[in-house]
Design a binder for this molecule. Sequence first.
Ligand SMILES: Cc1cc2nc3c(=O)[nH]c(=O)nc-3n(C[C@H](O)[C@H](O)[C@H](O)COP(=O)(O)OP(=O)(O)OC[C@H]3O[C@@H](n4cnc5c(N)ncnc54)[C@H](O)[C@@H]3O)c2cc1C
Ligand SMILES: NC(=O)c1ccc[n+]([C@@H]2O[C@H](COP(=O)([O-])OP(=O)(O)OC[C@H]3O[C@@H](n4cnc5c(N)ncnc54)[C@H](O)[C@@H]3O)[C@@H](O)[C@H]2O)c1
Length: 461
Amino acid sequence: MAGERHFDFVVIGGGSAGYAAARVAREARDNVAIIDGAEHLGGLCILRGCMPSKTLIYSAEVLHLAQRGREFGLVIPEARADMAAMQRRKREVIEDFGSYRRGQLEADHFTLIRERARFVDERTVVLEPSGDRITADHFMISTGSVVNVPDVPGLAETPHWTSDDVLDLDFLPESVIVLGGGIVACELAQFLRRAGSRVIQIQRSGRILRNASEDAAAVVTQAFRDEGIELHTGTAIRGIRREGDQVVVTYDCDGKACEARATHLLNALGRRPALDGLGLEAAGVKTGESGMITVNEHQRTSNPAVYAGGDVTGPHEIVHLAVMQGELAARHATGRPAEPIDYDHLTGVTFTDPQVASAGITPADAEKRGIRIKSATYPFDDHGRSILMGATYGYVKAWADVSTGKLLGAECVGKDAGELIHGMAIAITLGATARDLLRVQWYHPTLSEIWSYPLEDLAGE
Ligand SMILES: Cc1cc2nc3c(=O)[nH]c(=O)nc-3n(C[C@H](O)[C@H](O)[C@H](O)COP(=O)(O)OP(=O)(O)OC[C@H]3O[C@@H](n4cnc5c(N)ncnc54)[C@H](O)[C@@H]3O)c2cc1C
Ligand SMILES: NC(=O)c1ccc[n+]([C@@H]2O[C@H](COP(=O)([O-])OP(=O)(O)OC[C@H]3O[C@@H](n4cnc5c(N)ncnc54)[C@H](O)[C@@H]3O)[C@@H](O)[C@H]2O)c1
């Protein structure tokens, strides 16, 4: 028979945002539940997102370097991908992270409910399949996102891969058409190409990586083409169909009709919030134009008893923000000081090679706010460490407020840019000026040392 239980704080969806919210709520409340209906616990980042993708991408980077062995004076007779072995390594790595997270979710101090939840009114969810009713002082919705299948002619009817399938590959596909030019499309297109597949990437807009600057996108575009990715931008897809063992995509490019054929198709056309069947209307929880849940600066929804965070709210679907939003929501719901997230300190990394990383606000944001900035840049092909590493794609760039000297933003496109950006992220978050940063002992010869050149230019002003 269906029962009814009451909790202080209930999390729906135990991924990055949900686990963070439950952990922080538990610091202040005894009675915290996590509802998660997934077959496998752990959330997107660990199971099918950041960790598996970065494990495989790293294998592909090692392979790429091995294939460039001659350049470094090495004799490596044959370096090629063993997809099954790569997959085994990935599984071991992920199993380690996954079992650790499962342990955290199953810990005694939470009540873990392995069902799906649906709101039936503003303070009650019904569990499926048991039919049990759960009430709470506060709820946190953190159900994540699912792959979107946009209205592209023929896509829904043609069998295709999503990122989940690519991350589970234990064989090398002969050829893959990658649809899209976002982060998932770019990271996985390069992975597949480096593993040894023919890759044709088709992007609607005139350039890839819309969240990065045009300069950054141009560097990655060049690197992709140099590695043999057949990248087509500024296209319009006319049709997708299967013909025997081939997928055929017809599209307009450069004002003419084009056609691509491959053995496989990857839909990397974005994700949408996983809100189907949650009963948001019954809960009085509103969504915005993007389909994401609308929240205030404390992650509170239009229903004051319900908070939300992670991929269901955005504004950026990245893990550290999901965690910060979960923590913020739980602190606020349990009546503790809760500082809103400062998105002016945003850090972002795209794990292509060269990587693309950014921190702070963009020059365009500064201009919109009427802030006068000075920016300075320096290329990796003129830097000692990157030259000796044969990693000369890209540049670093930083910009500062002319009136205060404070660093407002930085961008790095290059080898290990995701590591290099953190020095600037710290500086921006702590309000440092270029002059402050020149007091740092920049070690020679390191990649990090490259920042001292644009900083000298900025400090000189
Ligand atoms: C291929 C790929 C690579 C990525 N790489 C990176 C990266 O390198 N760095 C980065 O920062 N971000 C990366 N991301 C994005 C990142 O993974 C997500 O932003 C993040 O994991 C979202 O966390 P979340 O807590 O919102 O959702 P999730 O971790 O997806 O958690 C949602 C949970 O809710 C559960 N759930 C769903 N519906 C219900 C329901 N009705 N009832 C109960 N439970 C439910 C699900 O089972 C799941 O466990 C990547 C994403 C992809 C797809
Ligand atoms: N390194 C990281 O931090 C990382 C890695 C992977 C994913 N993620 C997160 O996951 C989220 C999802 O990434 P994504 O790449 O799947 O989505 P995205 O929204 O970034 O990219 C979607 C791509 O599909 C194209 N597209 C969408 N609809 C289309 C249509 N109808 N016709 C033609 N083209 C269309 C867009 O132009 C874009 O190139 C991102 O927002 C990102 O924050 C982060």
